[in-house]
Design a protein around this ligand. Sequence first.
Ligand code: ATP
Length: 245
Amino acid sequence: MLDIRQLGKAYGDFQALRSVTLQAQAGEVFGLLGANGAGKTTLLRTLATLLSPTSGSASVAGFDIVRQAPQVRARIGLVSGGMGLHDRLTGRETLRYFASLYGLSAEHAEERIGVLDEQLDLRDLLDVRAGGFSTGMKQKIVVARALIHDPPVLLLDEAASGLDVLARRTLLDLVLTLRSRERLIVYSTHVMSEVEELCDRLAVISGGEVLQVGSAAQLVAESGEKNLERAFFKLLSAQQEAARG
Ligand SMILES: Nc1ncnc2c1ncn2[C@@H]1O[C@H](COP(=O)(O)OP(=O)(O)OP(=O)(O)O)[C@@H](O)[C@H]1O
């Protein structure tokens, strides 16, 4: 479902991703765990075909991110960074608009809005203009928008940040529901508890490099530390020491 081979991305002289190789399957929540500036957003936006890789290759849902970008875009939902909601559109209008961009019939769009309303509890948002939404309400519509075409792959970039405890719970439960329906969810975060609860496997990323891949339990066991946070710091410290030579 996701096959990344020696993927690199440079911004000018700055190498933001260095030879990233990862594979993930349908029915899996795959975590990208990294501190600020690790390269998580760059990786997700490259997979989403918004950025061009400068080396290596990747395929998403069986399609190459460079040569088959339209096919990739049709099969992913992305939540990353700025929300880009039109203040004057209601939640329902936003969802209908994106459904039409994805080529859904009006009938199919209404059916999907109904499903997403159940999964994300959109009741209070569907008929209200986005200009009046709180951050959490906006994020719910942004997540619903990413799922309107029922994509097999969902790319979530720090999607729970800024959400209150209820909205966060709804989002995490939705991720688990999507996993049970054989979707692949790539979940980037720096929050250890989210990784521990959600992710079947994760990649620890730092300085654009994958330092380790495995389940949270494997990473903790291999590090000899008592929890994921300590295991994470140990990996980062080892990388920094190696860089110092
Ligand atoms: N357009 C750009 N031009 C130059 N450098 C960039 C650009 N975008 C990101 N970078 C740099 O690339 C590195 C990786 O950034 P990226 O946003 O992918 O990291 P991240 O892990 O998502 O971090 P955060 O959690 O802060 O979003 C950082 O050092 C960042 O400053």
